[in-house]
Ligand binder design. Structure first.
Ligand code: NAD
Length: 276
């Protein structure tokens, strides 16, 4: 653990040296960038994703960009909306000594998600199953693993969104509701497990340059501009900018950071009007 001066035996070996991490949605934008930074910081990483082809590409990129990794790296197909999949993924880390860091990051924003009138019930249910139940299952099995391995420290990071904090005028009601649930759930988990040493923080990204949003925006410049104009910086965020925040939340450097809505948004949610 880092001492109060921020120095530690890990300083030379990496900020996450010796830690075992499970990342869901690891083949996507934030998940893959976080995998790469975790590896560079000395962690072992199990990359979980629903898409096997995407995982195959992602592990190749992770290996290419981190040729000298100290930790282990594996992939596993896992649908976070299925508890048995999540349980199996977490239990795969038993062979490494159990989970230390759980990044419940997988999430969807469906193209048919709309307002209260037009959102189909099946899209509502699918979104909640992945974005909310997936985070519950991940949190649940992380706690089971931490207890099983008698750990007195663990970091669980759940990906929410700025739409859990501010309303979106372009409706995506199922997604917004799901991210609000992630925020509320994470806060309660943080309080309930604080004395066991298990920290829970919610990551709140603003719109990013990742496939999740960019595929949805496509070439529609007006749709794109409606969002960009809200950023004081005038730009979307990058997945790597989120990954750096996740490294901090995962590491012992954030040992007194618990139950936060950790906003990484370039100032977007604090803006009244933005520069011309
Ligand atoms: P992405 O689409 O690039 O990656 C998401 C990954 O999750 C994909 O690889 C996908 O295959 C995987 N996935 C989808 N359903 C799954 C399931 N059922 N089980 C396991 N894996 C599944 O998205 P991203 O931008 O990296 O998003 C990661 C997280 O960040 C999501 O929770 C998203 O809601 C959140 N977020 C993204 C933005 C943004 O603008 N990109 C903004 C705020 C929050």
């Amino acid at each position: 653990m880092a001492d109060m001066n921020g120095t530690s035996a890990h300083a030379t070996r990496g900020r996450l040296a010796g830690k075992n991490a499970l990342i869901t949605g690891a083949a996507g934008g934030i998940g893959l960038e976080t995998t790469i930074l975790f590896l560079r910081e000395g962690a072992s990483v199990l990359m979980c994703d629903i898409s096997e082809p995407a995982l195959a590409k992602a592990i190749t990129k992770a290996k290419e960009t981190t040729p000298h990794m100290a930790g282990k790296l594996e992939t596993l197909k896992c649908d976070v909306s299925k508890e048995s999949d999540v349980q199996a993924a977490v239990e795969q880390l038993d062979a490494w000594g159990g989970v230390d860091i759980m990044f419940n990051n997988a999430g969807i924003m469906h193209g048919d998600d709309a307002d209260a009138i037009d959102t189909p019930e099946k899209i509502w249910d699918l979104t909640q199953a992945i974005n909310v139940k997936g985070v519950w299952y991940g949190s649940k099995h992380a706690v089971i693993s931490l207890r099983k391995h008698k750990k007195n420290r663990g970091s669980i990071i759940n990906t929410a969104s700025v739409v859990a904090l501010v309303g979106s005028a372009t409706p995506q009601l199922a997604y917004t509701a799901s991210k609000g649930a992630v925020l509320a759930m994470t806060r309660e988990l943080a309080i309930v497990h604080a004395r066991e040493g298990y920290r829970f923080n919610a990551l709140c990204p603003a719109p990013l340059n990742t496939p999740l949003l960019q595929d949805w925006l496509g070439d529609d410049q007006a749709k794109r501009h409606r969002r960009e104009v809200h950023f004081p910086t005038g730009r979307f965020g990058e997945a790597i900018e989120l990954a750096h925040a996740v490294v901090f939340l995962a590491s012992d450097e954030s040992s007194f950071v618990n139950g936060t809505d950790f906003v990484v948004d370039g100032g977007m949610t604090k803006a009244y009007v933005t520069p011309e």
